[in-house]
Design a protein around this ligand. Structure first.
Ligand SMILES: Nc1ncnc2c1ncn2[C@@H]1O[C@H](COP(=O)(O)OP(=O)(O)OP(=O)(O)O)[C@@H](O)[C@H]1O
Ligand SMILES: [Mg+2]
Length: 389
């Protein structure tokens, strides 16, 4: 074995053991049967940091996690844990030698072991007494104290997921890899289990990479979000950065719904029905997409908290429908109540007269009623329109 490639049997928990490890993927490429699924992938997770790998189904998220865990032979690039190379083409440390815990998408509990047996599974180095103490402590942390001798089939989905988490955390891994760990749960249970997991991981300062395709989940959990598209990273940054300064139209749309209009850059600005906004450096005459978040539209009379900039252009809008979605209300409006009003976009106002507006709280204007709407120009994104094919 090569000198830099050191075997560690660090996944065995010993009392008093602490410490967490950074994760590094450097220039990783991976293909299945000649089809590339991970492309030029470089990402570091700092010790104690929680990074969410976010992207649509099939973009390669699980493959990245499998490569990190050592479940897939590395074809190109390098993988390091705690600064030690654990994977290079032809030289992969086996999963059990990497000191990482994982909870995979389809990971089930061992049906032939009770809950204590499942949680204690990775605690090979402990005496029977130490093992019992550790299992008890872990079950306490996931609020399943009474379940030591229960069997997996006697537990609900959420309880099983918490056991899986306890099992992965019991050996005090230096890093955790979680692949859609809450996906099987209903909305309420999901946020409860997620909240618990987050506190557990953060209080233990465990380095964590979590895969999800849910932007809200990523924003809830992550110190940083890595947005992935077609095998490559599209943007990496803090949640607020990703949401308010998306690097591409793909990221903007993936993070949350947008109203989109076509426009053309003139005098450094683009036209919207509400007036001109800055073109953010796009070249004169360039065809662009203007993306406007539903919460960037401000409704006169609705309480919408702090507006980040003075709103522009107050326009009349007719309510097509309004729905209460819990914390927010969603209002569909039609902007072209005045047929003489036109903006300069190539498509004209007609084709995008239907807009979505998000207002906090209970605000349900009647269908057909008229609202006055303005735009917070700071929540408008301008990206080049893709070249026609
Ligand atoms: N063992 C395999 N053999 C061949 N192709 C595979 C294999 N595993 C995954 N793929 C393909 O690689 C691509 C990436 O798969 P991967 O499971 O990494 O995506 P993902 O982002 O985790 O998707 P999801 O969100 O649906 O779980 C997909 O097109 C998938 O069909
Ligand atoms: Mg997956």
């Amino acid at each position: 074995m090569q000198a830099g490639l050191e075997y560690r049997h660090g996944s065995g928990y010993e009392p008093g053991m602490t410490g967490c490890a950074g994760l590094d993927l450097i220039g990783v490429n991976h293909a299945y049967d000649g089809t590339p699924v991970v492309r030029d992938f470089t990402l570091s997770v700092a010790p104690g940091e929680l990074v969410c790998l976010l992207g649509p189904s099939g973009c390669g998220k699980t493959t990245v996690l499998r490569l990190l865990a050592g479940l897939e032979p590395l074809q190109q690039g390098r993988i390091a844990i705690a600064g030690k190379v654990v994977g290079e083409p032809g030289r992969d440390l086996p999963p059990e030698a990497r000191g990482v815990g994982f909870v995979f998408q389809d990971m089930a509990l061992f049906p032939h072991l009770d809950i204590a047996g499942n949680v204690g599974f990775g605690l090979r180095r402990l005496s029977a007494g130490e093992k019992r103490t550790r299992v008890k402590a872990m079950l306490n942390r996931v609020h399943l104290d009474g379940f030591v001798h229960a069997w997996p089939h006697q537990l609900s989905g959420g309880q099983q997921q918490r056991v899986a988490l306890a099992r992965a955390l019991a050996p005090a891994p230096r890093a955790m890899l979680l692949d859609e760990p809450f996906s099987g749960l209903d909305t309420r249970l999901r946020s409860a289990v997620r909240d618990e997991a987050l506190h557990l991981l953060k209080s233990d300062k465990v380095t964590t990479l979590v895969v999800t395709h849910d932007p809200e989940e990523a924003m809830f959990m992550a110190d940083r979000i890595a947005v992935m598209r077609d095998g490559a990273l599209e943007q990496v940054g803090r949640p607020a950065e990703i949401y308010t300064q998306p690097a591409s139209e793909f990221v903007a749309e993936f993070m949350g719904e947008v109203n989109r209009i076509d426009s053309v850059v003139r005098d450094g600005h683009v036209a919207t029905p509400f007036g001109r906004v800055q073109a953010n450096g796009h070249a004169e005459g360039k065809a662009v997409h203007v993306l406007i978040r539903p919460e960037a539209l401000k409704v006169a009379g609705a309480e919408q908290g702090i507006v980040t900039a003075p709103p522009i252009g107050v326009l009349p809008a007719r309510v097509l429908a309004s729905r209460l979605l819990g914390r927010t209300s969603w209002v569909h409006v039609c902007l072209n109540t005045d047929p003489t009003h036109r903006h300069e976009g190539p498509g004209g106002l007609e084709e995008h007269s239907h807009w979505h507006v998000r207002v906090p709280g209970h605000f349900l204007p009647a269908e057909g009623s008229e609202l006055r709407i303005s735009l917070d120009p700071r929540q408008v994104f301008v990206f080049p329109a893709p070249a026609p094919t």
